[in-house]
Design a protein around this ligand. Structure first.
Ligand code: MRU
Length: 377
């Protein structure tokens, strides 16, 4: 049985447009990165063109593009955009100049946001691809990097589908599910990580209802998750983050599914601030709590979540939010973008290879291959 909404097209969160390597003498030089400006959703749907690496950096920093996998893919294309300046003068750069610019661009993009490890994983992959082909003509090297970015993009689509399939098996027909932040198509190349589970369950004909935490302070749950679920015909209710515990107490939540920004070797998981509270509430109310993430979100160089860098964001996100000032000038503001949920609170981690459960270092290492993870940032 399949659902009538199974043909709803996935959102094209970001895309590379312009010449293909094969049909332009200038190779990838004519191309550029375009992404949906997520700061405008749900009331305005607009694409933003990023012709310079500075535009890609700004888009990541200000959350025009956000969500761990989408940040990684954008950064990979950002490297290509950043290399274009080398070829604009007409004369091909030398190999040392090419690699110096590559280092400059990757370091710069790495400074945009600290927590989502997919950013560093993607930049690592781009540098490794260039290193493998040292000695080739710089334009050929640059074209190889565009192919690598395209590969990262394409692979993410397949990973989303695989996670969706594994996760949907954990969802019963008629289930009522809670999620936090946005781990959907807008955060990936296809239809998400946590939301992939909901989409796959729905597409297979299961009736589900989703409770989306609004996700203070930037409202990714209210603005983005509710928008994605509604456009695919999945019933969704938005509540304040602080209402989640009461929903669980009322027996209205059968399971929680969230995404992740970085997962340590023991399974401790960084995700949007408020995830930890949801996990504590879920444990208290005996509701299963699942994290959904691809291998590229694991950081096996960190033994525990203690070492995960947590981004602190602008106090104005809390002081003014989306409207008038709501905090007096004299009050200090604490605005961490992420928190870490200890592995003991996680029932299972759904990956592209299957479900890790119980969640501990031994079971993580059985499923996640170190070659598919970040080498340390
Ligand atoms: O600050 P954001 O919006 O980038 O935070 C995003 C999240 O916390 C997501 O849950 C996470 O990146 C997983 S996305 C598949």
């Amino acid at each position: 049985m399949t659902n009538s909404h199974s043909n709803t097209p996935a959102i094209e969160t970001l895309r590379w447009t312009g010449a293909n390597n094969a049909d332009s003498p200038a190779g990838f030089l004519d191309g550029t990165l375009r992404l949906i400006d997520q700061t405008l959703l749900p009331t305005r749907f607009e694409e933003r063109v990023c012709p310079r690496v500075e535009d890609v950096w700004e888009a990541i920093k200000t959350l025009r593009v956000r969500g761990a996998p989408a940040i990684g893919i954008s950064a990979a294309y950002g490297v290509c955009v950043g290399l274009q300046t080398l070829f604009r003068a007409g004369e091909a750069p030398s190999e040392p100049i090419f690699f110096a610019r590559l280092a400059e661009v990757t370091d710069y993009l790495a400074s945009s946001r600290p927590t989502a490890v997919n950013l560093f994983w993607a930049l690592d992959r781009m540098k490794a691809a260039a290193d493998r082909h040292r000695g080739e003509d710089p334009l050929a090297l640059a074209e190889r990097l565009l192919s690598e970015a395209r590969a990262i993009h394409e692979e993410d689509r397949l990973l989303c589908r695989a996670m969706g399939r594994f996760g949907a098996e954990l969802v019963a027909d008629g289930a009522s599910l809670l999620t936090h932040c946005n781990a959907g198509g807008l955060a990936t190349a296809d239809y998400g990580t946590a939301l992939a589970v909901f989409f796959a369950a729905h597409d297979s004909g299961k009736k589900i209802h989703v409770y989306a935490d609004e996700t203070r302070p930037l409202l990714q749950g209210a603005r983005l998750t509710a928008w994605e679920l509604s456009r695919r015909g999945i019933p969704v209710t938005v509540q304040c983050d602080s209402a989640a515990a009461m929903l669980m107490r009322q027996g209205k939540i059968d399971a929680v599914f969230v995404g992740a920004d970085r997962i340590a070797a023991n399974g401790d998981t960084a995700n949007k601030i408020g995830t930890y509270s949801a996990a504590v509430s879920a444990r208290y109310h005996r509701v299963p709590f699942y994290v959904v993430a691809p291998s590229s979100t694991f950081d096996l160089t960190l033994p525990t979540g203690e070492g995960i860098p947590i981004e602190q964001r602008d106090p104005d996100e809390i002081r003014r939010g989306f409207g008038p000032q709501t905090v007096p000038d004299g009050a200090a503001i604490y605005n961490p973008a992420f928190d870490v949920t200890p592995h003991e609170l996680i029932t299972g981690i759904v990956t592209e290879h299957g479900v890790i459960s119980p969640v501990d270092e031994e079971h993580v290492r059985r499923v996640i291959s170190p070659e598919r993870t970040c080498r340390g940032n």
